[in-house]
Design a protein around this ligand. Structure first.
Ligand SMILES: Nc1ncnc2c1ncn2[C@@H]1O[C@H](COP(=O)(O)OP(=O)(O)OP(=O)(O)O)[C@@H](O)[C@H]1O
Length: 252
C-alpha cells in the first residue's frame, strides 16, 4: 500500500466561540480526488482554507508527503505551495492577474519556479492554452476579454502548468452556466486523471463530486458527519442529513 500524500488529523478552527470546523481527519492518497460537500455554513471554506495554508488551524496536524506542514517556516511552506500545490478559486478573477495577458498568466508561474528561456516559456504557455481549449491566437489577450468559462480554464492552466501534485479547488464550476459547467468538469476530470493529480474539491453541488471525486466527506456544523466512496455515499446515504441533501437534488 502506498503511503498517503496528505494526512489530516483532528483539525479544528474556531472563530471565537463559534466552530469553523472541528475533529476533521482523513488521508488522501496519490491520484485520489476527494470531495467536500455540505450546505452553506457547514465549514467547507474554513476547512479548505486551513488545508491550503490560507488560515492557521487552532488544533490538529497536517502532513504532506510525510512532512509536518504546520511546523514548516513560512518561506518553506510558501515554496512548497508554489511547487507542489495549486489552488483553483471559485472566482477566476481571484486566481488570475487581470492586467497580464493570457500567456503571461501561465508563463509567470513557470518563471516563479525557475523558468528563464522566453521561447520555451511561450511554447509551454501555448501548449497549456490548447490543453484548456483556448485558441492559440488569444495568447496575447487579457483575461478580462474572456468569458467566465474561459477565465476559469485559464486559471486552471495557470495552476497546473508547473506540475503540482495536490490541487485544492473551491467551487470550481460555481457561478457558470450549466452547459459551461459540464464542459469544464469534463476538462478538469481529464486533466486530473491524465496528470495523476490528487485533489480536494469543495462544492455544494453533488453533480460536481459525482463526476470528479473518488471519495466524499459530508460536513454539517463544522463536523464530518459521513464519509466514503462517492457512489456509495450518494446512492446509499446513511446519515439523515446526507439523505436530505441527496433527495433535495433529485427533486430539482
Ligand atoms: N471570518 C469569520 N468570522 C466568524 N465566523 C466565521 C467566519 N468565517 C466563517 N465563520 C463561521 O464558521 C462556520 C463555517 O463557515 P464556512 O464559511 O466555512 O462554511 P461553508 O460551508 O464554506 O459555507 P459557504 O458554502 O456559504 O461558503 C459558520 O458558522 C460561519 O458563520
Amino acid at each position: 500500500m502506498t503511503r498517503p500524500l496528505f494526512s489530516v488529523r483532528d483539525l479544528e478552527k474556531r472563530y471565537g466561540a463559534r466552530i469553523g470546523c472541528t475533529g476533521v481527519s482523513f488521508d488522501l492518497y496519490p491520484g485520489e480526488v476527494m470531495g467536500i460537500v455540505g450546505e452553506s455554513g457547514s465549514g467547507k471554506s474554513t476547512l479548505l482554507g486551513c488545508l491550503a495554508g490560507h488560515m492557521a488551524p487552532d488544533a490538529g496536524t497536517i502532513a504532506y508527503d510525510g512532512r509536518d506542514v504546520l511546523a514548516m517556516s513560512e518561506p518553506e511552506r510558501r515554496r512548497m505551495a508554489r511547487t507542489d500545490w495549486a489552488f483553483v478559486h471559485q472566482n477566476p478573477r481571484d486566481g488570475l492577474r487581470l492586467s497580464v495577458s493570457a500567456g503571461g498568466n501561465v508563463g509567470e508561474r513557470l518563471m516563479a519556479v525557475g523558468g528563464r528561456n522566453y521561447g520555451k516559456i511561450r511554447d509551454t504557455a501555448t501548449d497549456w492554452l490548447g490543453r484548456v481549449e483556448i485558441a492559440a491566437d488569444r495568447i496575447d489577450d487579457r483575461p478580462s476579454a474572456f468569458s467566465g468559462g474561459m477565465q476559469q480554464r485559464l486559471q486552471i492552466a495557470r495552476n497546473l502548468v508547473t506540475g503540482p501534485r495536490l490541487v485544492f479547488m473551491d467551487e470550481p464550476t460555481g457561478g457558470l452556466d450549466v452547459s459551461v459547467q459540464a464542459r469544464l468538469l469534463d476538462l478538469i476530470r481529464g486533466l486530473v486523471r491524465r496528470m495523476g493529480l490528487s485533489a480536494i474539491v469543495v462544492t455544494h453541488d453533488l453533480a460536481v463530486v459525482r463526476l470528479l471525486a473518488d471519495r466524499l466527506m459530508v460536513m454539517k456544523g463544522g463536523r464530518v458527519i459521513e464519509a466514503g466512496l462517492t457512489d456509495q455515499v450518494l446512492d446509499d446515504p446513511q446519515h439523515a442529513y446526507t439523505q436530505l441533501l441527496v433527495s433535495s437534488v433529485l427533486q430539482v
